[in-house]
Design a binder for this molecule. Structure first.
Ligand SMILES: [Zn+2]
Length: 202
């Protein structure tokens, strides 16, 4: 039997559970309190429902075949776990135990929970696989907005945009939409829903 050296969903949930058990507010927590940080803190203190939610999301994700070797893929080996599309990544709404509603991209929620990290508004969760539909925890990385813009530039030099994997898509994406707006705005590109995902993949 071939042993695939990749973490399963259960592995991720177990490691998230362990990190959350040991989570406690850091020394800056009181100073930096915002409703959103409080919501994450209360979630981390009682994470059962949130873990259940990301379990469902991870299980619902479509597992893609590993991408071919390419210098751009080197930081995110293995196939992506996709939910939603690159242009409209899946969204999560979660009622934190403190009553504050967290509305965010699923990849962000998965990452923060798996790593038990309370972040600031200016922190962004980056995709090392350049695939915004991906929620696979080891394809995600925490960074600053500046790094995210740098990622975008690197992608362009490599012939990719955040809207797609190939230069062919550039023709269909208006110039002003090629750089992802912040905060993220869902862009109504009808062809994305009707095109088979495999068409975009190759
Ligand atoms: Zn990925």
């Amino acid at each position: 039997m071939i042993r695939i050296n990749e973490n399963t969903i259960d592995d991720w949930l177990l490691s998230a559970q362990r990190k959350l058990e040991y989570w406690e507010p850091d020394i800056f927590f009181e100073e930096l309190r915002t409703p959103r940080r409080d919501a994450y803190a209360s979630t981390f203190q009682r994470p059962e429902a949130a873990l259940e939610l990301i379990k469902d999301k991870l299980e619902a994700a479509k597992v893609r075949a590993p991408r071919p070797f390419h210098i751009m893929n080197i930081e995110a080996p293995g196939g992506c776990w996709e939910l939603g599309t690159q242009i409209s990544p899946d969204l999560t709404t979660f009622m934190a135990p403190n009553g504050h509603k967290i509305d965010t991209e699923t990849y962000r929620f998965v990452y923060l929970l798996c790593h038990a990290i309370v972040v600031d508004e200016h922190d962004v969760v980056r995709h090392q696989c350049n695939n915004r539909a991906c929620i696979r925890p080891d394809h995600l990385l925490l960074g600053t907005q500046a790094q995210n813009v740098l990622d975008e530039d690197r992608r362009k030099y490599a012939g990719h945009t955040s809207q797609g994997r190939g230069q062919a898509l550039d023709a269909q994406v208006k110039k002003h939409l090629q750089r992802r707006p912040d905060p993220f705005v869902v862009e109504p590109l009808a062809h994305d829903e009707t095109t088979k995902p495999s068409d975009q993949w190759d």
